[in-house]
Write a protein that binds this ligand. Structure first.
Ligand code: RUB
Length: 316
């Protein structure tokens, strides 16, 4: 029989799949929390059953979305120091690692915010794509430092995460202008910094982020506008150290067009990739909680932090 996975884990997995819970840092935080709930609510009598259930819960969470490496990095972090010879010891140990992970994630984002804020000056205008909590941390810190900022916010079709960004920026007093994605190039001349997040960073410094990031970066380079990626080190993809590429999630056609509209225009093939890859030469800097890096040198940090590999300790 399948090891029992608690309802909360299935619920969180469904919410990640439907993007009710989304964004790389939030996915990592929520997945770790769900493992903690699995540990807390497990009714296992035997340590081996407890461990099998924890692995099964991790597999349910891992199978939700493929691109944000923060998800497997979070699961690995929790699995790394699970210790104990009784169920109670194991339970305590999982809950401690989960708490430690979530705490570190929080601290990392605050530290990253301070590093990124140093790039922003009073009166600057930024352009954003999608909704990134790491990007918002930089802007929020700058605003707290008393800097007054404006933002061009790309709507980010098809899911319009730009609306979330617009709302968050308006809340902290940033002067927001919402634009359609294809208007980005037109306004790049008025922009001092393009700020994007990341779902994964590859060993060569490529930035994997919301579809449209690579086109924005090429245009920014063409216009001479600096483009910065704000990404906590949890976004560093250890598998790319040994030559793996990052899976780009393909999402449902229905996010782009509904059946009725599609029928009216001859039922075209619809492709809906959620992410793309921006080569390092189009990115000026990657801002992490450990400082700023030229993309090409991020590999040194990746080796230090994730050199031990990219195994899946939750595989049965
Ligand atoms: C979200 C997205 C964000 C990164 C970084 O894509 O591409 O830029 O995940 O976000 P989706 P954060 O909406 O498809 O999940 O900085 O919050 O980790």
């Amino acid at each position: 029989t399948e090891p029992e996975v608690v309802d909360e884990v299935h619920g969180v997995a469904a919410d990640i799949g439907s993007m009710e819970i989304r964004g790389a840092a939030t996915i990592a935080d929520t997945a770790a929390r769900a493992l903690g709930v699995q540990a807390a609510e497990s009714e296992a009598d035997e340590p081996s059953t407890f461990r099998a259930q924890l692995r099964a819960a991790a597999r349910v969470l891992y199978d939700t979305r493929p691109t944000a490496v923060s998800l497997p990095n979070a699961l690995r972090y929790v699995f790394r120091d699970v210790e104990g010879t009784t169920v109670e010891e194991l339970r305590t140990s999982v809950r401690a690692s989960v708490a430690e992970f979530r705490d570190r994630l929080d601290t990392a984002q605050n530290d990253l915010g301070r590093v990124g804020a140093n790039r922003l000056r009073d009166g600057d205008t930024v352009m954003t794509h999608c909704h990134s909590t790491d990007v918002l941390a930089c802007i929020e810190t700058a605003v707290e430092q008393g800097k007054s900022l404006s933002a061009y916010v790309k709507e980010t079709r098809p899911r319009n995460q730009g609306h979330i960004t617009a709302d968050a920026l308006a809340d902290i007093g940033v002067d927001v202008t919402l634009i359609v994605d294809s208007a980005a190039r037109r306004y790049l001349n008025d922009v001092d910094h393009v700020l994007v997040g990341a779902d994964s960073i590859a060993a060569d410094g490529s930035v994997i982020n919301k579809i449209g990031t690579s086109g924005l970066a090429v245009n920014a380079r063409d216009r001479g506008t600096p483009i910065v990626c704000a990404a906590q080190t949890i976004k560093l993809h250890p598998g790319t150290l040994t030559g793996h590429t990052v899976d780009i999630e393909m999402r449902a056609e229905s996010e782009v067009i509904d059946d009725e509209q599609a029928a009216k225009i001859g039922d075209p093939t619809v492709l809906n990739p959620a992410f793309d890859v921006t080569p390092p030469r189009y990115v000026d800097a990657i801002v992490t909680e450990r400082g700023q890096y030229p993309p090409e040198s991020i590999v040194t940090l990746m080796r230090d932090l994730f050199g031990e590999g990219s195994d899946h300790p939750w595989d049965a």
